[in-house]
Design a protein around this ligand. Structure first.
Ligand SMILES: NC(=O)c1ccc[n+]([C@@H]2O[C@H](COP(=O)([O-])OP(=O)(O)OC[C@H]3O[C@@H](n4cnc5c(N)ncnc54)[C@H](OP(=O)(O)O)[C@@H]3O)[C@@H](O)[C@H]2O)c1
Length: 280
């Protein structure tokens, strides 16, 4: 991976941070995206000290804001000029309904529109390299998801789990549609479920949820939770593989029936283009 440049979102903690460690160990140049300067700078130092790789740096953006996603993409282009792997990893569940700076429901903004817009803005860079790759961290929660085009903003009877499942299904639909649109190029797009991981996930929902999560059984370590992201971002086994969903055991797996519906994927793409164009 010595000549590869990798951009990782949500890299200040959890699966993203551990993915940065895994990929830095392989010698790649890593750009970690966080939203808090102190936390992200400390994460960069942690990766350097764990791996001995000094080619690790960071950029800042609140990825729930489309304006900040655009600014991030421009800063990345100006500063680095080359991109081989985009690892879209930042994500969260919101147990009560919140809205982003541009007025979008938060899960939609952070979990889907961020992946969609950032990929779109950086796709030319990926295409100009020898073998670009997009890796989207989805979730098995997508199996319970359904894209409700009549209520994409989850304004009616908000249920955080349901909305999270919908946005994670969007990650899978987006990956498959992107892979179809990238046919004939050297860029691949895949997505994954990282496992049920002992990260800070859901910790944004208050101390009671944070406390409860600590005692959840069956969670795997962040080291194990990052394995599939590292694998899809670096392994020769998946060179040329595109439009697939992988499980944390590194096995290609069938995703939900709805995720294979090309009409839904195309409709989601068209709607997303309209949503991200606002404020351009
Ligand atoms: N943990 C699981 O069991 C599990 C299962 C399936 C899928 N996933 C997926 O795995 C991915 C990583 O989650 P995780 O488990 O590592 O959770 P985590 O420990 O909470 O990490 C989430 C990362 O996303 C960042 N982030 C959150 N909101 C952001 C925003 N508005 N702007 C920029 N960055 C933001 C966080 O930054 P801060 O440090 O600033 O908060 C953090 O770096 C997510 O996409 C999640 O949906 C997780």
């Amino acid at each position: 991976m010595n000549d590869r440049t990798i951009l990782i979102t949500g890299a200040s903690t959890g699966i993203g941070l551990q993915s940065a460690i895994g990929l830095a160990k392989l010698g790649a140049k890593i750009v970690m995206v966080g939203r808090d300067e102190g936390r992200t700078a400390r994460a960069v130092e942690h990766v350097k000290s764990q791996t001995g790789n000094e080619l690790v740096s960071y950029l800042l953006a609140d990825l729930s804001s489309l304006q900040q996603v655009r600014k991030l993409a421009q800063e990345f282009k100006d500063k680095y000029g080359k991109l081989d792997v985009l690892l879209n990893n930042a994500g969260a569940i919101f147990l009560t309904r919140k809205v982003s700076a541009e007025g979008y429901e938060m899960s939609l903004a952070l979990n889907h529109l961020d992946y969609f817009l950032l990929t779109d803005l950086l796709l030319d860079m990926l295409k100009s390299g020898p073998s670009g790759c997009v890796v989207n961290v989805a979730s098995r929660a997508h199996y319970r998801g359904h894209v409700n085009f009549d209520d994409l903003q989850s304004q009616h009877g908000y249920n955080g789990m349901r909305t999270y499942g919908m946005t994670k299904l969007m990650n899978v639909l987006f990956t498959y549609e992107l892979a179809r649109r990238l046919q004939g190029t050297k860029v691949t797009a895949n997505c994954l479920h990282p496992g049920f991981v002992a990260s800070n996930f859901a910790g944004n929902n208050g101390w009671l949820v944070r406390f409860g999560m600590k005692f959840m059984s069956g969670r795997i370590s962040v080291e194990d939770g990052a394995k599939c992201s590292v694998y899809l971002a670096s392994s020769p086994d998946v060179q040329g593989v595109s439009g697939k969903y992988f499980n944390y055991d590194l096995k290609e797996t069938r995703s939900s029936d709805e995720s294979y519906d090309e009409a839904i994927a195309k409709r989601l793409w068209d709607v997303s283009e309209k949503l991200v164009a606002i404020g351009k």
